[in-house]
Design a protein around this ligand. Structure first.
Ligand SMILES: [Cu+2]
Length: 143
């Protein structure tokens, strides 16, 4: 397990991203934990909360879960472009690198560790047909 993690880290370090210059330092910053629920136990089509605010330059662990009976997506492509994703962890699997959409099945949970970068207001929605229209949208702000 450790060797696999090390191999992935090495791969990420040699990947050419615009964040290479400071890729090591922000990964060690203190974390602020923030939670968001995709749907709820009453199966309403909404994010709770529907609005989250982050500060540019701060590192976050976004805790996502799905307490509803159906699957949902956390889709936020512009937001994903405005952050530096360190990893997404789900169960015993860690995924490194750029991610802009997560699918959470009923009862699933995941953690997204990132550094907020570019100030702005970014749209969040669930991309399952009908869910956005039913109100499953949110707003992610970086200030
Ligand atoms: Cu949904």
């Amino acid at each position: 397990m450790f060797i696999v993690a090390l191999a992935i880290s090495t791969f990420v370090m040699f990947g050419m991203t615009s964040y290479d210059v400071w890729a090591m330092a922000p990964s060690k910053q203190p974390l602020t934990e923030v939670s968001i629920h995709l749907g709820n136990s009453a199966n309403e089509l909404r994010f709770e909360p529907g609005q989250l605010t982050f500060e540019a330059g701060q590192r976050y662990k976004l805790l996502l879960d799905n307490p509803s009976a159906q699957k949902h997506y956390f889709t936020a492509k512009d937001f994903a472009d405005a952050i530096w994703s360190q990893k997404v962890q789900a169960g015993a699997v860690e995924v490194k690198g750029a991610i802009d959409e997560l699918e959470l099945k009923s009862g699933a949970a995941a953690e997204w560790v990132f550094v907020a970068m570019k100030p702005g207001n970014y749209e969040l929605h669930c991309s399952i047909p009908g869910h956005t229209e039913a109100g499953m949208t949110g707003s992610l702000t970086i200030k």
